[in-house]
Design a protein around this ligand. Structure first.
Ligand code: COA
Length: 349
């Protein structure tokens, strides 16, 4: 499909084009780690994990598989779903990139044979995919791109403390991707708006403390534990519920949707009790919440595209459905967007 370039008046920025969802795809690594396997090395059990989180298993990468590898595979699937083999921008949301520098997105673009396209990473933890969608929408709106591949990918298994039962049971690896093209706001698939926020005062609630300038400029030897993800689960739980519910409500108000317009809500898949409480606060029937974490755990930046791909691939999520997406994570950072689901082929995960 050939798109007209953004119409631009001299000295004036054109912001009239919408970002339209054209394809979606996702992947998890093959190795399944179930709750019983974790219970053999940690003081935990299947019943506790299922009851307190809703998670039954997660997928972890084998040695040698990187975040970039998963991102490229998800990207390939999204391109196939969109029926295209080129984009002019790649945005990768991740907090577990292949290395500290450079960004991983250029490597993903290269792996996919996309040429010398614009490519950069977005770091917003579990809210990263929504932030990356918003960056893509901005680029499309001003004519900086005609088509963008947005990927959310994380491999947290490499940064989990094997002795920390509060994180090791939760996180899984995965990647999900979407192709967005420039189009009109009234087309099916158009992203209808964004609501984003952050609160840096809560940055220590979920963090990898080491590896950055804070640690390196302190002039003390790095502590091995600083390489691990740590999380204050109870505080994060409360923030997750409040921030996602508030953000969702603000977004719905802004775009003029009531709860009856929400066929499905794809909320960040951190804990099924968080998902259910958001439903209750928004007065959405719980059956309208997509739940995928039972099979993949919390896949961080990949969680929303994985949940959407799972539901679309299984035929539950269908063309015309109203979809609310909302995410929350370290930073603290959060965000929401919504879309009327377009007709498209989706490969099952
Ligand atoms: N297995 C068995 N017992 C566990 C356990 C585990 N894996 N983890 C904690 N416990 C124990 C605790 O030690 C505590 O025991 P105590 O009462 O004897 O002190 C008890 O279970 C309750 O611990 P608590 O931390 O209050 O559990 P919780 O119900 O809050 O569940 C999380 C812990 C991490 C699952 C939950 O807080 C959570 O999902 N948080 C949100 C994470 C999130 O939203 N992240 C968002 C961005 S990534």
């Amino acid at each position: 499909m050939v798109l007209a370039p953004a119409k631009q008046e001299r000295g004036r920025c054109n912001v009239s084009r919408a970002a339209v969802l054209q394809g979606i795809g996702a992947v998890v690594p093959p190795r399944v780690v179930d709750n019983d396997e974790l219970s053999r090395s940690l003081d935990t059990n299947d019943q506790w994990i299922r009851t307190r989180t809703g998670i039954g298993q997660r997928h972890w990468t084998d040695a040698g598989t990187t975040t970039g590898d998963l991102a490229a595979e998800a990207g390939q699937r999204a391109l196939k779903s969109a029926g295209v083999d080129s984009v002019d921008m790649v945005i990768l949301a991740t907090s577990t990139g292949n290395q500290v520098m450079p960004a991983t997105a250029p490597e993903v673009a290269e792996t996919l044979g996309l040429g010398r396209v614009a490519a950069h990473d977005v770091s917003a933890a579990c809210a990263g995919f929504i932030y990356a969608l918003s960056s893509a929408a901005g680029a499309l709106a001003i004519g900086g791109a005609e088509r963008v591949l947005v990927v959310g990918a994380d491999v947290w298994s490499t940064r989990l403390n094997p002795d920390d039962r509060s994180t090791a049971i939760i996180f899984g690896d995965g990647a999900g991707a979407a192709v967005l093209r420039a189009g009109d706001a009234d087309e099916p698939g158009a992203l209808l708006g964004f609501e984003l926020g952050s609160d840096g005062s809560g940055r220590e609630l979920a963090q990898v403390a080491g590896g950055g300038s804070r640690e390196l400029s302190a002039g003390r030897p790095p502590r091995p534990d600083d390489a691990y993800l740590t999380m204050q689960g109870k505080e994060m739980f409360t923030h997750a519920v409040n921030r996602m519910a508030e953000s969702s409500q603000r977004l719905l108000d802004r775009i003029g949707w009531g709860v009856e317009d929400v066929t499905w809500c794809a909320a960040h898949q951190a804990n099924v009790r968080i998902i259910n409480t958001i439903a209750d606060v928004l007065e959405l029937p719980r059956e309208r919440m997509l739940v995928h974490l039972d099979r993949v755990g919390n896949t961080s930046a990949a969680s929303i595209p994985l949940a959407l791909t799972d539901a679309a691939g299984a035929g539950r999520l269908q063309a015309g459905d109203g979809v609310l997406m909302t995410a929350f994570g370290g930073g603290l950072s959060w965000g929401s967007t919504a879309v009327r689901w377009p007709a498209m082929d989706v490969l099952s995960i």
